[in-house]
Design a protein around this ligand. Structure first.
Ligand SMILES: [Ca+2]
Length: 751
């Protein structure tokens, strides 16, 4: 028995929660076929043509017999969907009567979010460029001050920025050409609004386009941004970008290319869409004739969208998808957060017990699955994701990243309290991903609310991730309770720096316990482009416990060839157990050869009850638990060169002020009580903190000038808190010589 298992309470669980038992009665079956008809009854001999017809039949059948499981079986063929298929709570199954949508056994069922280019191609005067008229794209317009929004289908005329020629991604007309030895431009100087090039480099034609972008890796070099070209100044040699995705300085050395420019259509394999006249151009390779080639461009942003309502508290439940091949969904511009790009071929929003299994996602613009808001017990297992613009799976709450509280994707009181968890993500293969958005990963688990930091997380096991722009697995603010085991992750960090094969950044020392066990991680590159054209390898790790990630066990991992460290932990992590890992600069063999990746079966998920920390984080905005007296004003702190903005309250010394946090516990015991705040020279060095606990009252002198510079937990003391008695922490400014601060208080139960 491996040592890692000894201390774990091991409970074998079923790999996928989609393996439901079908009830005694056989499931009711409906069929969809490319030669079906929606006027048919949906039987095998009289199949439907559309998903919508099958969806209506399922709803009707549920009214007749709620207890019968239903299968919708899709026959072989390529389905070019006219709009996103939405599943609402009324499309749900139940535990005993689930709804399964699946490809027929041994039949290839392609669900495309794209459209075939079907017109007649003709040769242009140059003899190399072909064109075809696409009237549905004529007159496309976009307001570059607003994020690009798709409804169930594009709003207005059609536009696309990807073209798949014989299922290979063709090159949107760009400069410099992709086959150049040094295929980038480099900023000489710039800020968040413009980028400056050397004299003579900027061409007037770049500014005359309706839909040109630069794809730039700015300051910090850990993400890219797609910026609309708003205008160019040939004399000043500047490109001014649109107001969106201005996430970082486009400072000296930032590298980029420009695309979507007709004058740069000059290399075989490049294409250009002119939406002013509705015409697509393609420069053929020698011997190619586009009339004899498959040409498909994305049309839909999402193919399936499972849509519960977070404010009403409704969910889509017990719906599963099996055996489909998803293709050609698009990506969108104007993302509100650099780390999080919200494009998914399939989106689950407020879903429970839903699953995707044995599906393939290929040539898609964003992630395969985007899981959003109050979603638990969902699974993504035995899938393959190839050539995606994003990564494999994205999990998000209402606020993206939380680095800046203004980045709210889904506003609302209920939305603000939830995020996906208890997701099973196992036995997947994710390869060659992050083509459009570099801040991606096999699995990207974004922020959750502080109040959820101590809850269990997700299980990520037996995956094989290869050739990714960035991390293999990433978890962000307030994430914890994640088990990452038996994964094989390699050739990651291909186009960015400062990440890892497994990168945790909890920004919270109260995060629920994480376990990183038995993984095989190698060839973490780290990539920074230098102006003379040579890439530099730097800042890529095997396992990276970033931003004070705490309560984490790292055991029995085999790691070699990192661009920085095999295991790196920074910013004052608490309670790490790093043991029995094998680390090397050169190749070493894995420990569990037969168990790694999708072919393995050992699944030692820890008892979910052990994936919690007990205690609570209370923020200064929590009206139910925090009371203020005196004059408190809202203020904010920008930290880490603008990487985050924190909002909190403070009170000046002139007038008496105090604030009292209730410290309710579900379980009596000794708790470590902590303060969260940013130290500041204007703060008091002699504030008083009064802790009323089960065994009395203690007063602590507190120096708010000092503390954790990132605003993470600082210990006030350990106190016995009784679940039946009121405990409080009060911050006062009696005789104080500066501001007192109310940001957050946390308490965590000690063993
Ligand atoms: Ca070109």
């Amino acid at each position: 028995m491996h040592s890692s298992r000894i201390y774990l309470l091991i409970i074998s669980i079923q790999i996928c929660i989609s393996c439901f038992k079908v009830g005694a009665t056989e499931s009711l079956k409906f069929y969809i076929s490319t030669n079906g008809n929606d006027l048919n009854d949906g039987t095998i001999n009289q199949p439907f043509a559309s998903f919508e017809a099958a969806q209506n039949a399922v709803r009707e059948a549920k009214k007749q017999d709620i207890n019968r499981s239903i299968e919708v079986i899709v026959r072989k063929g390529e389905y070019f969907l006219q709009q996103t298929i939405e599943f609402k709570p009324e499309d749900s199954g139940t535990k005993d009567a689930p709804i399964t949508w699946r490809a027929a056994e041994n039949e290839s069922v392609i669900l495309s979010g794209g459209r075939q280019i079907v017109g007649k191609w003709k040769k242009d005067a140059d003899g190399k460029t072909w064109f075809v008229n696409l009237p549905t794209t004529k007159g496309w317009k976009r307001d570059i001050s607003k994020p690009e929004i798709y409804q169930q289908k594009p709003v207005g005329a059609w536009n696309f920025r990807q073209l798949y020629v014989n299922e290979k991604s063709a090159i949107r007309a760009r400069f410099p050409n992709r086959n150049e030895q040094n295929p980038f431009l480099y900023s000489l100087d710039g800020n968040k609004e413009y980028v400056k090039l050397s004299a003579g480099q900027v061409k007037a034609s770049w500014g005359a386009e309706t839909d040109a972008q630069i794809n730039i890796v700015p300051q910090w070099h850990f993400f890219n941004q797609w910026n609309d070209v708003a205008k160019v100044d040939v004399n000043e040699s500047t490109i001014t970008i649109g107001p969106l995705e201005r996430n970082a300085l486009m400072d000296k050395g930032s590298w980029f290319w420009i695309e979507g420019v007709k004058s740069e259509l000059d290399q075989p394999g490049e294409w250009y869409l002119d939406t002013k006249i509705g015409r697509l151009y393609y420069m053929s390779q020698p011997g190619e004739n586009p009339n004899r080639m498959s040409m498909i461009a994305p049309y839909l942003n999402r193919i399936f969208y499972l849509k519960g309502d977070v404010e009403k508290g409704t969910h889509v439940e017990f719906v599963s998808f099996k055996g489909f091949e998803f293709r050609h969904s698009t990506y969108t511009l104007g993302q509100i957060e650099a780390r999080v790009h919200t494009d998914g071929a399939v989106m689950f929003e407020n879903t429970e017990n839903c699953s995707i299994e044995n599906c393939t996602f290929e040539n898609i613009g964003g992630y395969a699955l985007w899981l959003h808001l109050d979603s638990k017990n969902n699974s993504f297992c035995y899938n393959t994701v190839l050539n995606s613009g994003g990564g494999g799976v994205l999990l998000t709450g209402s606020r993206l990243s939380y680095m800046d509280d203004s980045k709210i994707y889904t506003p609302g009181e209920a939305a603000d309290k939830v995020a996906p968890y208890l997701t099973e993500i196992s036995h997947n293969t994710v390869k060659h991903c992050g083509k459009i958005r570099y801040y991606g990963g096999g699995v990207h688990i974004d922020s959750r609310p502080a109040a959820m930091a101590m809850l269990p997380g997700n299980h990520i096991a037996h995956n094989h991730f290869q050739d990714l722009s960035r991390n293999g697995v990433f978890t962000f603010r307030n994430q914890g309770g994640n088990v990452v085991e038996y994964n094989e992750i390699h050739d990651c960090m291909q186009t960015t720096i400062d990440g890892a094969a497994i990168h945790f950044a909890s920004m919270n020392r109260f995060n629920a316990p994480n376990y990183i066990l038995n993984n095989y991680l190698y060839d973490m590159w780290g990539y920074k482009q230098n102006a003379e054209g040579k890439p530099e390898r730097m800042l890529a790790n095997g396992i990276f416990l970033d931003w004070a990630t705490s309560n984490t066990t790292v055991k029995n991992n085999v790691i070699y060839n990192s661009g920085e460290k095999e295991i790196k932990n920074i910013m004052g992590n608490w309670n790490l157990e790093i043991d029995s890992n094998q680390l090397s600069k050169t190749r070493i063999e894995p420990l569990f050869t037969n168990e790694l990746g999708p072919k393995g079966s050992a699944l030692n998920f820890k008892n979910v009850e052990n994936l919690r920390t007990k205690g609570r984080v209370i923020l200064s905005t929590d009206k139910e638990l925090v009371q203020y007296s005196g004059e408190w004003t809202k203020t904010s702190e920008t930290g880490m060169w603008g990487l985050f903005v924190a909002n909190y309250f403070h009170a000046a010394p002139e007038k008496s002020a105090h604030c009292t946090y209730q410290l309710p516990v579900d379980e009596s015991g000794v708790y470590k009580v902590c303060l969260f705040y940013f130290p500041n020279d204007k703060n008091a060095s002699n504030a008083k903190i009064v802790v009323k606990h089960a065994k009395g009252e203690d007063t602590v002198n507190w120096n708010f000038k000092k503390g954790d510079k990132y605003g993470f937990a600082v210990v006030v003391g350990e106190y016995y808190l009784d679940k039946d008695k009121s405990s409080t922490l009060t911050i006062t400014n009696t005789d104080a010589n500066g501001f007192i601060v109310a940001d957050g208080v946390g308490f965590i139960k000690q063993k």
